[in-house]
Every structure is written in C-alpha cells, then in structure tokens.
Design a protein around this ligand. Structure first.
Ligand code: GTP
Ligand code: NA
Ligand code: MG
Length: 299
C-alpha cells in the first residue's frame, strides 16, 4: 500500500543519458565525474552501457547519490538504448546545439513516450560553447516534435550545457535532483534482490560477469543468483570504478562475478536459496525446451 511504500527508505535515482551519436553524452558524464572515458573509446564511439554513481549536493545542501547510465548513440545499438530506457527513472536527452534533432534523438523520444508515466525527461542542449549555435532554434524544433519544454510553458525542463567546459552542469544536476525528489523513489533495502543485467561478458580472470542494476534489496557475496537460464553465487562485487564492495543496494549498479553461465543483458536478476534456484532453473529449462519444440513443430 501507499503507507507501506512511504515507510521505505529513499533510493538513488537511475538516470540514463541518451541521444544521437557524438552529441556529447560520454564527455558530459566524464566532466561530471572528472574522468576521461570518451578519449579511450575505439573511434570515439560508446559500445556499451556504462554505469556509475556519483555523490552530488542536492538542493537542500546535503549530498545524495545519483546513478548514471551512459548509452551508445550509434544507430546499431537501439537494443541497448531500449534497455537503458526501461530500467531508468529519468532520461536526460542530450541534443548537440550544432547538430539539432537527429534520428536517434527521435528514437529516444519514442522510448520515453512509451514509459512516460514512469520515466521523467530532462533535455540537455549540449555544446553551447560552440560559436554561432542557436539554442532557441533547437528548442522550437523539439516543440515541433511534441516535447513540452518549460521554455514554452510545458513541464519538460531544458538546460543549456557544455560537457567540454562544464558550463551549465551544476544546473543540470540540480534539475535532475528536483525531478528525482518529485518521483520520491523508495525501495526495500533488505532481503531478496530484484535487478536487471545491463551488460555481461566473460572476463579472463573472473569468468562470466554481469553489470547488474539493483532496484530492490541488498546484494552481498555468497548470495544465490538466477537470471534467465543462468545461475551462480555472488563471488566478487565491484563498483564500476573497480573497487570491491561488501554490498550493493537499490538504485546502484555493480559488476557481479560468480556466474556459472553468462547471463543475458536485459534479463531480470533474482536471488534465492540453493533449493529455490535449482527448482526455478529446472522450470525455466523445461519451459525453454517446450518453446523450442513448439517452434520446431511450427517450422
Ligand atoms: P556516442 O557514445 O558514440 O554516441 O557519442 P557521445 O554522445 O558519447 O559523444 P562524445 O562524448 O564521444 O563526444 C563526441 C565529440 O563531441 C567529441 O569529439 C567531443 O570532444 C565533442 N564534444 C562533446 N561535448 C562537447 C561540448 O560540450 N562542446 C564541444 N565543443 N564539443 C563537445
Ligand atoms: Na562518440
Ligand atoms: Mg558515448
């Protein structure tokens, strides 16, 4: 019930940075956390979903955590963008002031529209440091796409920023915090977890690993895991920056090792006892077999 929900502790918002290729998403996040991911990327193109949490001062003064997900803007990665949008509380749509509305800008607007009752939208018009850019032209074009910007009396906040110079970034963070505060995000911090695989890969040393976004509960080493047809037991938990963690709570993401199989990006992650996981796996495997048989029969 609503009263039960109100008694839960607050959790950090999950904020996904989205937009057309090269509109400056990674650079903007780099500046926010004083790092340089963008420079190390092959061809300057993001090819995965990056996740990290940063403490930021909220409008009340005290620090709060925001979890950011960086997504690729390249046309080839629409599945990753859909995944990013589906687990997020807030989408920051980055539009480069010198390039305007492009195909993946529109794709992001479509994704947000699908989840508009759940997902908050903030528009960041980026690269305003470039000479000759016309921000009002971009805003008018966004309005023509149906984005009800605050500039025109709507409810979608728009911030003018430069990821390169850092101009406007404090305002962007403040705006995100305000939207998150209105969402009043809360989650159970104890007990079984509920989360999603953002991405997965086999690590040379750690074996199958997954970056897992936790939305409920507390993930700790030794816990049994199930995701799709993959299972395991948490061995190592690492922050996206590489430090070992003792526990991962709601609204944050971590690299999880200890999988027997490689889980699939986008799949739900649950914890359980050995018995529960064994039973669930058997059920899922049976169901997958049955579906394969039906497909064969139909073919
Ligand atoms: P994908 O992940 O591949 O979609 O790209 P992205 O949106 O993450 O863009 P990225 O951060 O890789 O930046 C693309 C190019 O734009 C780089 O050359 C950046 O240096 C440049 N750039 C990013 N932000 C700004 C900005 O605010 N001002 C200027 N002048 N250039 C910027
Ligand atoms: Na890029
Ligand atoms: Mg990028």
């Amino acid at each position: 019930t609503a009263a039960d929900r109100d008694s839960l502790p607050p959790r950090p918002p999950v904020v996904t940075i989205m937009g057309h290729v090269d509109h400056g998403k990674t650079t903007l996040l780099d500046t926010l956390r004083s790092s340089s991911v963008a420079k190390g990327e092959a061809g300057g193109i993001t090819q995965h979903i990056g996740a990290f949490s940063v403490p930021v001062p909220n409008p009340g003064g005290e620090k709060r955590t925001i979890t950011f997900l960086d997504t690729p803007g390249h046309a080839a990665f629409s599945a990753m963008r859909a995944r990013g949008a589906s687990v997020t509380d807030i989408v920051v749509l980055v539009v480069a002031a010198d390039d305007g509305i492009m195909p993946q800008t529109k794709e992001v607007l479509e994704l947000v529209k699908k989840d508009s009752n759940k997902v908050g939208l903030v528009v960041a018009i980026n690269k305003v440091d470039k000479p000759g850019v016309d921000v009002s032209k971009i805003e008018t074009a966004l309005l023509a796409e149906g984005v009800q910007l605050e500039t025109f009396g709507g409810d979608v906040p728009v911030v003018h920023v430069s990821g390169l110079t850092g101009q406007g970034l404090p305002t962007l963070v403040e705006t995100i915090s305000l939207v998150a505060e209105m969402q009043d995000l809360r989650a159970e911090q104890k007990g079984p977890i509920h989360g999603y695989v953002l991405e997965s890969r086999v690590d040379k040393g750690l074996g199958p690993t997954a970056t897992v976004l936790i939305l409920r509960g507390q993930l700790t080493p030794g816990m049994g895991l199930i995701s799709g047809l993959a299972h395991g037991k948490v061995r190592l938990l690492k922050s996206p920056a590489g430090e070992s963690l003792k526990a991962v709570g709601p609204g944050t993401a971590a690299l999880v090792s200890g999988w027997k199989e490689l889980p699939k990006a986008g799949d739900e992650v649950l914890t359980g006892t050995d018995g529960e996981i064994k039973k669930a796996l058997a059920n899922r495997a049976r169901k997958a077999d049955l579906e394969a048989t039906i497909q064969d029969a139909e073919a």
